[in-house]
Design a protein around this ligand. Structure first.
Ligand code: ADP
Ligand code: MG
Length: 303
């Protein structure tokens, strides 16, 4: 009767767009007490937009959007030229923003990507840096003049991107992603199943907390480099938690593998889909609580 019950359950799951890879994954789902969620593309839509662009001039920030000034155009096209070489959703937002302003982008050279930090390269002979304060610090660029501005952006749930040219802070962009309408209800259902819900993200504390509050996340682990995500899962497991991880990015594959159950969003990269025990075909979070409910029900039937 065991294989039959498992077959019935995986069939039922499939009807709801939940692909469970085998009976063992189904069994492990029953024991889950903690769900760890990636932010970008998992809780949020993963299609961020630039909302603010502030230029640093004479050592202080200009409090209006600078996307139309001449100096603003120079910084923006330079930044977008570099981001065109990156595949990060944040990078796509910057490129789109520049394109919408009719800026044509020069070729970037010596492009280098630092996962979880940002990108570096040369555009028109200038060395461009775009990323978070950790990247700026790594390259000896002070973030002090735009710190208050960045904090204000973060508190609104926006992600600030810092831009430096030839070692000098030049501008700051704010990028905002929309929360998937389904995320709030899906997280409520997780709570109904008695699950603790944790956000795990490379984004900064302020931004992450602003988004976490809107969807009622229990705990936020922010500012984590891709390699640190595995460590974060391990730490939770060390606290005797049985952890499901839900992600979509390539960066998440090792964390998905470390979790007791890894769930991937179908919209995500193929590599992450391979890493998961469960694939959520509907690219919303409703499948998480549904998968846990299904496994608990099935295991009760079997016993
Ligand atoms: P998440 O966990 O939300 O998927 P990531 O680990 O991909 O976040 O990125 C973390 C942070 O690294 C971003 O919030 C951003 O500050 C910085 N970053 C990464 N890639 C880029 C890029 N191409 N351009 C600018 N900043 C970047
Ligand atoms: Mg991600």
């Amino acid at each position: 009767a065991v294989p039959t019950a498992v077959m019935v359950a995986t069939g039922q799951g499939a009807n709801y767009g939940i692909l469970i890879k085998g009976g063992e994954a189904l069994q492990r789902l029953e024991k889950i007490d903690t769900v760890v969620l990636d932010k970008t593309g998992t809780i949020t839509a993963g299609r961020p937009e630039v909302t603010d662009f502030l230029l640093l001039s004479n050592g202080s920030d200009m409090a209006t959007n600078q996307s139309t000034s001449l100096a603003g155009h120079h910084v923006l096209r330079t930044a977008a030229a570099l981001e065109r070489a990156s595949e990060h959703p944040l990078a796509e937002a910057v490129v789109r923003y520049a394109a919408e302003r009719g800026l044509n982008l020069p070729q970037a050279h010596d492009f280098e990507s630092f996962p979880g930090l940002g990108v570096v390269g040369v555009v028109d002979g200038e060395i461009i840096l775009i990323g978070n304060p950790a990247l700026m610090k790594k390259r000896g660029v002070t973030t002090e003049p735009l710190k208050a501005t960045a904090e204000r952006m973060s508190k609104e749930g926006k992600t600030p991107l810092w831009i430096a040219i030839d070692g000098e802070l030049a501008a700051i962009l704010a990028v905002a992603d929309t929360i998937k309408p389904s995320s709030i209800e899906a997280i409520r259902k997780m709570h109904d199943e008695g699950l603790r819900v944790v956000m795990l993200t490379g984004d900064n504390e302020h931004t992450s907390h602003a988004i976490a509050r809107q969807v009622k996340i229990d705990e936020v682990i922010a500012g984590v480099l891709p390699a640190g995500k595995v460590e974060a899962i391990r730490r939770l497991q060390g606290e005797h938690r049985v952890v499901a991880m839900v992600g979509d990015g390539v960066n998440d594959a090792p964390a998905l593998a470390q979790a007791d159950v890894g769930l991937t969003m179908a919209s995500g990269a193929d590599i992450a889909m391979d890493a998961g025990d469960v694939t959520l075909m509907r690219s919303d979070l409703n499948g998480v609580a549904a998968a846990v409910t299904l496994s608990r029900h099935t295991m009760r039937v079997i016993r």
